[in-house]
Design a protein around this ligand. Structure first.
Ligand SMILES: *Cc1c(COP(=O)(O)O)cnc(C)c1O
Length: 239
């Protein structure tokens, strides 16, 4: 689904006032600010955890925790997050794992195959690729049972504004994508314009070619730097 304000929509669909979510402390600055400040106005409370010490994720889980949010490749820093290990923690707690895959792009990281349930990406950067449109995307992995833990009432309980329809019951494994539309789009707006959607989709067609070249360039820079006499050690993407 193409849209703007992808993070707001995801959380609007999952959280109610007083709820908590756990977020990695290695995140894009815009996300850190949004979680620390504007989300507080909705009564959504972020609890920070450290991707270098996964026990901090486990220890942060409470009865109020409704989701975990991480970046696959953190911006800034290029730190590689252990998606699989954190997905296991989320699964055990009965909550979805949301992965921001903006930096890695689907070319380098297919987070759903590592256990993620929801992906968000900025379309403004590598995906669109031409600096001509702003946007974001939410991908519903279709691999989360919204009714099992009782922690996602927006999807597992009747929605009064839709004749008491239970979204998970009616839409099955694409209930979250539908919920983002019928709750997020309806209430928050922020639909991408058709022209920007067109430009973004045209840009995405060349993603593999552009990413291949970005990787070749990064490799060259890393090799040059690690051979430089003034540099003690070099690494690519925190590896
Ligand atoms: C840039 C960026 C965003 C926000 O992108 P917008 O297009 O401004 O919504 C979110 N996450 C990461 C990791 C980013 O690098």
């Amino acid at each position: 689904m193409l849209l703007a304000m992808q993070r707001n929509w995801v959380f609007h669909t999952l959280l109610q006032p007083g709820d908590e979510f756990i977020a990695s402390n290695k995140l894009y600055g815009g996300s850190i600010n949004q979680f620390n400040h504007s989300f507080k106005n909705f009564g959504w409370n972020v609890v920070w955890a450290d991707t270098d010490d996964l026990s901090t994720f486990e220890n942060a889980i409470t009865d109020k925790t409704k989701a975990i949010f991480i970046e696959s490749l953190a911006n800034p820093g290029g730190i590689v997050t252990d998606i699989e290990a954190i997905a296991k923690i989320a699964k055990k707690a009965g909550i979805p794992l949301i992965v921001d895959n903006t930096m890695a792009t689907p070319y380098l990281c297919r987070s759903i195959e590592h256990g993620a349930n929801i992906i968000v990406e900025s379309l403004t950067k590598f995906l669109g690729g031409h600096g001509n449109s702003m946007g974001g995307i939410i991908v519903d992995g279709g691999n989360f049972d919204w009714s099992a833990s009782g922690k996602c009432p927006m999807l597992s309980e009747p929605r009064p504004e839709y004749s008491n329809m239970v979204l998970h019951e009616t839409f099955g494994n694409f209930a979250f994508a539908i919920a983002c539309r019928v709750l997020g789009l309806r209430d928050l707006g922020a639909a991408i314009s058709p022209f920007n959607a067109f430009q973004t989709l045209t840009g995405i067609e060349t993603l593999p070619l552009r990413m291949e070249r970005h990787c070749q360039n990064a490799q060259k820079v890393a090799e040059w730097l690690s051979g430089h006499e003034a540099i003690e050690s070099g690494s690519l993407c925190g590896a």
